[in-house]
Design a protein around this ligand. Structure first.
Ligand SMILES: [Zn+2]
Length: 304
């Protein structure tokens, strides 16, 4: 992959950038509607977004990023009050700095719990820390050879749990598919749905089957999205964990239909899968289907 040569991501210009002192040459922060900061890592191919959601009594950090630089310094600069930390799911690009916080809420799932107690070794990352995954050189002080994610302390959460931040409440919606522990957070008062990796504009992954990434399920993914479309009639915006921050909620219904067409084997949208979408698995076994603004990557034997 030659990510360094791809076009600049113009969507950042739609949002209000915040000047921060502790970006470490790595993090960028955007001030989004609804008292929410997007803390993003635009110099890595993953373009992961963590969200700091501010309430009148508490703040909530949804994911801790890649662990390449220190997200805690950024969070402390933006918010000094009591902080709840929650993971959208256990994949490495969302849990990298979990260990810097006293405890992190995770969905009660065997893969997620195993990750918390063992941490994550660089060997599980495939080529994710290769130089060509970075827009510029490695950030100052970062040694890719020494990279590992240490274990972290957790509290378990479940579907329907509510985080009360004072003037806003965030409800957990379990949305298995991408991984079994994937959750979203619904902010009813502000009509926002935080989607984690279950929906964003870009390639959606439904092909994992290994210890490092757990087990994706195409049928669970479809069920999650199909149920979700009826639950979010009051939502105005999706806030997504990769790529562009804010997406129209009609995309949830589109994704449900897309997943259904793949499951029924009648999608005509198959495209050549990019090698960037394989991590530890055999790229030749992957299939990718293109839809409007997003694609879905599956394993060719998903029906077996
Ligand atoms: Zn991710």
């Amino acid at each position: 992959m030659k990510w360094k040569n791809t076009d600049a991501r113009e969507y950042y210009s739609k949002y209000k950038k915040v000047d921060i002192k502790n970006g470490q040459g790595w993090f960028e922060v955007y001030d989004l509607p609804g008292d929410i900061y997007a803390i993003c890592e635009p110099q890595h191919f993953q373009e992961v977004n963590s969200y700091l959601i501010i309430g009148s009594e508490k703040g909530l950090l949804f994911d801790t990023g890649m662990g390449i630089c220190n997200i805690e310094l950024v969070v402390k600069e933006l918010y000094e009050g009591e902080l709840i930390v929650v993971n959208s799911h256990f994949h490495f690009d969302h849990i990298g700095d979990n260990y810097r916080f006293d405890q992190v809420y995770i969905f009660d799932d065997s893969f997620a719990k195993a990750m918390a107690s063992s941490g994550f070794e660089k060997s599980g990352l495939g080529n994710q820390l290769g130089e060509d995954m970075f827009l510029f050189d490695y950030p100052k002080g970062f040694d890719p050879d020494a990279f590992r994610i240490p274990p972290y302390k957790v509290q378990l959460l479940g579907d329907g749990d509510i985080f009360d931040l004072g003037n806003r409440k965030l409800t957990v919606i379990h949305t298995p598919g991408h991984s079994n522990d994937s959750i979203m957070l619904l902010d009813n008062e502000n009509r926002i749905l935080f989607t984690g990796d279950t929906f964003y504009l870009g390639a959606l992954y439904a092909h994992f089957d290994c210890v490092e990434f757990g087990k994706s399920s195409l049928s669970d993914y479809y069920k999650s999205m199909n149920e979700l479309k009826d639950k979010i009639t009051e939502v105005d915006s999706l806030y997504c964990s990769h790529n562009d921050f804010i997406v129209d909620p009609t995309k949830i219904s589109e994704a449900a239909l897309a997943l259904e067409s793949i499951l029924k084997n009648n999608s005509k949208n198959a495209i050549k899968t990019k090698s960037a979408h394989s991590y530890l698995e055999d790229a030749s076994r992957l299939k990718e289907y293109q839809f409007d603004g997003f694609s879905i990557v599956v394993c060719s034997n998903f029906l077996i």
